[in-house]
Design a binder for this molecule. Structure first.
Ligand code: GLP
Length: 272
């Protein structure tokens, strides 16, 4: 596991965008797993910059998003403040700014009439394209990936999940409050890839910033593996794992100095 500690959010975002860009450049038809939330916004902005200024080419890239609220979906005829869907978020933050093909974008459909069937279909699509090369992940304050709330099985698959109170609070503050939507009116359920689905991605990269995530970062990376903190499953992944943190998010890691030392040595020896 590579744990990279960067000075601030901007540097964390640039590093993460560079990792993603490297995948796209070495395998132009790569399959990326993408995340939402406030954390990846800087990473997406940097990718957009690379597309515009350096010609980073998304024309053969396929993407699968982790999750979507149930009951919302991208309806572009609606005014923005009425649609807080993750589909809308992805479109606004990344997709509309790069040359990705619409048919290569997969996001769970929050407006589906048959969630169970849709979840199975979603899993099949991931298999059909040969699996995910790199899955980008944020981290919820209760330690979730996607919407795999505490108690989700570490082998779980794409399914409907009820949101924890803490998650509703955080996501209300971050997205729904700004759109003048009452907390009681925001979706309380979501479709999410499971932990088992995420672990099948060949490589994963988790990005986390800010002091308020410092406790959960330490538990996730250095604590015991438990379904009460679903992201501790990171310790079970067999591929390349990159964790990019800012100083604040890394501040409660007991081995932070060691991770910094390893990173420095790798740079000195020219190891990626
Ligand atoms: C939501 C998303 C997660 C994300 C988390 C953290 O719950 N479903 O994928 O990691 O928020 O969000 P933020 O980056 O805004 O802290």
């Amino acid at each position: 596991m590579d744990i990279i500690i960067k000075k601030n959010y901007e540097e964390m975002s640039k590093y993460a965008a560079n990792v993603i860009a490297r995948y796209i450049r070495t395998k132009p038809n790569c399959v990326l797993g993408l995340a939402t939330g406030s954390t990846p916004i800087g990473t997406y902005r940097e990718l957009v910059r690379m597309h515009k200024e350096e010609g980073l080419d998304f024309s053969q890239v396929t993407t699968f998003n982790l999750d979507e609220y149930l009951g919302v979906g991208m309806d572009l005829s609606k005014p923005y403040d009425l649609d807080q869907s993750y589909a809308r978020f992805m479109y606004e933050e990344l997709f509309k700014h790069v040359n990705i093909k619409k048919e290569n974008i997969y996001i769970p459909d929050g407006l589906t009439k048959n969630p169970k069937e849709h979840c199975e279909w979603y899993e099949e699509q991931i298999k059909k394209v040969g699996g995910i090369d790199l899955q980008l992940l944020g981290l919820g304050r209760d330690g979730h990936w996607g919407f795999n709330e505490p108690g989700s099985s570490l082998g779980s698959r794409t399914r409907v999940q009820a949101l924890a109170e803490e998650t509703l609070d955080d996501n209300y503050e971050a997205f729904y409050k700004r759109a003048n939507i009452k907390r009681s009116e925001m979706p309380h359920f979501a479709i999410t890839m499971g932990i088992g689905t995420i672990l099948e991605a060949r490589n994963i990269m988790m990005i986390v910033n800010g002091y308020k995530k410092a406790d959960i970062v330490a538990k996730c990376l250095e604590g015991p593996i438990t379904s009460q903190i679903t992201s501790t499953a990171i310790q079970l992944h067999s591929g390349e794992i990159t964790v990019v943190l800012d100083e604040e998010a890394a501040s409660k890691l007991s081995r932070a100095e060691h991770y910094k030392h390893v990173e420095k040595m790798k740079q000195e020896y020219g190891l990626e």
